[in-house]
Structure formats: C-alpha cells, structure tokens
Write a protein that binds this ligand. Structure first.
Ligand SMILES: *Cc1c(COP(=O)(O)O)cnc(C)c1O
Length: 489
C-alpha cells in the first residue's frame, strides 16, 4: 500500500488504496451496478440500486392538505393537472402507497452513475479536530453534476411512455434545465427551457450543456410568451425569477396538447423520485455499521433534502433510529424559518394550483445570492407539512459562512461543492464544532447534492473578498406576504 506523503496530523493525510483495490474498484465500476467498499478510504458503495421509491405520505399520522384550484379554491382533480403532466406522474403526486416500483428502464439509466458514493469526510474531521464522524452522500457523480437526474429520468420516461413529444421547464442556476435536457436526449424528446435571465447571462456553460444535450434555451422573461412580454413591458431589464420562468413554461405547456411541463423540485412526485438517495444510503450505512445522529441537507424546494431524509424519517417513525433532521436555507431566502405556512401559488403569475406551503409570497424576488438553486419563494408542500408536524427542524445561514465552509471542504476533501450544498456543509461544520466542545462523537450525515464546477465565479467573488451578505429585507417580505391569496383552510 502506498504511504501518504503527508504527516499523520495533517488534514491531507490518507491511506491510499492498494493497486489491487483500485483494480477491483475499476472492475466493479465496469460491471455497473455494484462497486466496491473501499473500507480503507472510507467509501461505501457496494449496495444494490434500490428498486422502489419511498412515499412518506403513507406513514404520516396526518395527511398533507390537498392542492387547490387557482380560481375556485376547491381541491383540484387529476383532470385539472392533465394538460401539464402525464397520468402516471399525476397518480404519483396524489399517491398514498408506501412504495412505488422504479421501472426497469429507469433503473438501467440510474446505473450510469448509481449507486452514488457515501464518503466519510475523515480529512474534514481532522481539520476541524472534532470527535464527530462526518459522512456525505455525494450526488455530483451524475452526468449533470447533481441529484436532479434522479427525477428528470423518470419524468421524461413517463412522458415518453404516454407519447408526449416535447417537455418544457424553467431553470434557475441551470442544474434542473441541464438534467432535463440530458434525460430528453436519452429518450429522444424535444426540450425547451426558460432560464432565469440573471443566470442565463452569468452562466453560459450551463446553457451550453443544455444545448449540447439538444435543448432550446430562452432567457426568462422572454418574448416567446404573453407573460414574459408583460413582465418585459413593465421592466425591460428584469433579471427574472424562478416564479416568472415557471409561469412562462406553464403557459406554453397549457397551450399545446403535445407538450407537457416538468418541475425539478417542490412537488410530491419529485421528492418521491429522490428517495432513491436515502434508500441507497440506508443500505450503505447499514453495511458499514453506522446510524446517523444528525442528518443535514440544504433546501430550495426540498427535493435533495427529502430524498436523503425521508427514508430515515420512516426508520425513525418505526423506532429503529432517532436522528435529528435539519434543513438549511439561505438567510436571504428563508421560506421555512421566516415565511408563513399558507396556501400560495407556485409561480408568479398565479397559474399553478395553490399549495399549502411555507412561502415568502409568490411575487417575492429573492436577492441574487450565489446559491441560485435555493432562490425559490416557497418550500415543497410535503416538506412544509413534515416541518409543521415537528419531524424536522430548520435553520438559515448567510452565504459568506457557507462559502467559508465550502472552501474548507474543498481543501480537505477535494470536492468543490455547488453553492447550494455549501449550506449543508456550513451547518455540518457548526455541528462538528459543537461536538468538539461537548466531546460527543456524533455521526453526522450530510447531503452533498452537487459539484460546483460551473459556479466558479461565485468562488472567485468569495476569494477576492467581495462577497457580501445581503441583509434580510423584512419590509419587502411583508409586502409580498400581503399578496398571498386569502384562502380559508
Ligand atoms: C436544484 C438544486 C438544489 C435545490 O433544490 P432542492 O429541491 O431543494 O434540492 C440544491 N442543490 C443543487 C445542487 C441543485 O441542483
């Protein structure tokens, strides 16, 4: 075995895998579905890809409130959603079945990057000098670089199966748009994406990824839709927002029977698909004989967080373990910690059904923080409900603390995190430092939902010392909260 050139007390000290291990890992990787547990390097991945998604709704003592029609305020029927979604996804959205089988064709595509590694952050532990054990489940190994393909693949699969020829969507930072473009390229569907103007201008590489996979990309607000034109008339320099981009994509899908709409977060079926992460992670933790004491993830709409944590919440409800479950959101867009729990629209124009969720108001436009994937005015209704039931907690962290953590992570573990999971990292570091104070050897499990290779300008801003913490504007939030529709429920 090769010796580490670094002294044993250095955060960079490691025990390299032997050549035999490397060859074995390589062979296993080629086999696709199985890869090796490299005990020495603390990478756990020798598990089968899960064959079922887990639906937490089945196990909740109180069911979540239903979505309402945007005009009548009555609970929506499946037909109300059929202009936008294929039947199978509408069924999954309202399902109370505990498990839903993952189609074999979807599992076969998951094999391109799953199982994803569960890695012990030994070098970060050493850097922090903490008795805590830190594990992270890394979803950045997918072709698009995040957890989003876990749902893009099944969404496009069900659309293709129903004969749909084209799907449309919005994207903020470009992670979701690129994941959907990737999925469409595999199934031969057309894909059109409305990308929030600010990120369209600042992130040419995400756009080029989408185009490489064959998608057509519009900056939002765009002149391609009536709603986009209306926004541009009011403000020709509008930077756009996710809420506006959703309105544009929904408008296009609603007007064309051959086109459906896809959403990358928030909805129940999206959270459902992401549970492949937590199901896989449960098996991996079991294989290495660990049980988490704390599970930490960042939340935009809540899908990566739900994906990792919901299967563990099931285990908790069954009395098998008792992890604390903590969501982390940006201080500049704190829907769980500062929003209200109320029925609100998912988009700015008010075209989507009303969902009961933690919201800052559907026309709240968050400040342009670097974690673009976390700049959404609402939180997934199921996450919001689970939060109300007291099964999880939430905190918010400012972006400079997050990037400080991301840099520590990059310089000890190697991976450069996306700005979104830097929130989970900062919260994990806080927890690990508390363990140092108290001497507790807690097991912390963190959702590392994507890499930051296309977000390096954010790192540049931080490294130059010019990143600022945008102050939280209470007045602006009060103004947008006042516009939430008055629904008695
Ligand atoms: C989209 C995205 C998020 C935010 O979405 P969630 O549904 O809250 O997971 C977070 N991290 C990454 C890397 C993303 O691409």
């Amino acid at each position: 075995m090769a010796a580490s050139p670094f002294p044993a007390n250095s955060p960079l000290h490691f025990s390299a895998p032997s050549t035999a291990d490397v060859r074995k890992a390589h062979n296993h990787r080629r086999l696709g579905s199985i890869c090796v547990t490299q005990k020495r390097n603390n990478v756990a991945c020798r598990v089968e890809i899960p064959r079922r998604w887990y639906n937490l709704v089945a196990d909740l003592p109180i069911k979540p409130p239903p979505p309402l029609h945007p005009k009548t305020f009555e609970p929506i029927s499946p037909q109300d959603l059929s202009p936008l979604f294929p039947d199978e996804l509408i069924k999954q959205e309202a399902s109370t079945d505990k498990f839903i089988d993952i189609p074999e064709d979807v599992v076969d595509i998951y094999r391109l990057w799953r199982p994803t590694p569960l890695i012990r952050a030994k070098r970060l532990e050493k850097l922090l000098d903490t008795p805590a054990k830190i594990y992270y489940k890394y979803e950045g190994v997918s072709p698009a670089g995040s957890h989003k393909p876990n749902t893009a693949i099944p969404q496009v699969y069900y659309n293709a199966k129903q004969g749909v020829k084209k799907v449309v969507t919005e994207t903020g930072a470009g992670q979701w748009g690129s994941s959907l473009a990737f999925a469409c390229s595999l199934f031969g569907l057309d894909c059109e994406v409305w990308q929030v103007r600010a990120s369209y201008d600042q992130k040419p590489y995400r756009r080029l990824m989408m185009e490489t996979w064959g998608a057509k990309v519009h900056p939002s607000p765009s002149t391609a839709t009536a709603y986009g034109k209306k926004i541009l008339d009011m403000d020709p320099t509008s930077p756009g927002s996710l809420g506006i981009a959703i309105s544009e994509a929904v408008e296009v899908a609603a007007a064309d029977p051959g086109t459906k709409y896809c959403l990358g977060s928030v909805l129940n079926h999206v959270l459902l698909h992401q549970t492949v992460i937590g199901e896989e992670c449960l098996k991996q933790m079991e294989a290495i004989g660990e049980t988490p004491d704390v599970i930490i993830g960042c939340t935009g709409g809540g899908s990566n967080f739900a994906g990792l944590s919901f299967p563990f919440i099931r285990e908790k409800l069954e009395g098998k373990m008792n992890p604390l479950i903590r969501a982390v959101e940006p201080a500049a867009c704190p829907s769980l910690t500062k929003g209200v729990y109320a029925y609100d629209y998912g988009d700015t124009a008010g075209m989507t059904p009303l969902m009961k969720m933690h919201t800052l108001g559907h026309d709240f436009i968050p400040d342009p923080i670097h974690a673009g994937g976390l700049r959404y005015h609402g939180m997934g209704p199921l996450i919001s409900h689970v939060y109300e039931l007291g099964f999880m907690e939430a905190i918010s962290i400012t972006q400079t603390e997050c990037f400080k953590g991301a840099i520590q992570f990059a310089r000890s573990e190697g991976l450069i995190p996306a700005p979104e999971p830097s929130h989970a990292i900062a919260a994990t570091i806080r927890e690990a430092l508390r363990c140092k104070e108290s001497g507790e050897a807690k097991v912390i499990l963190m959702a590392m939902c994507g890499h930051g290779h296309f977000d390096l300008t954010a790192y540049e801003t931080y490294l130059k010392g010019s990143m600022v913490d945008l102050s939280f504007d209470d007045e602006r939030i009060q103004a947008s909260l006042a516009k939430i529709p008055k629904v008695v429920a």
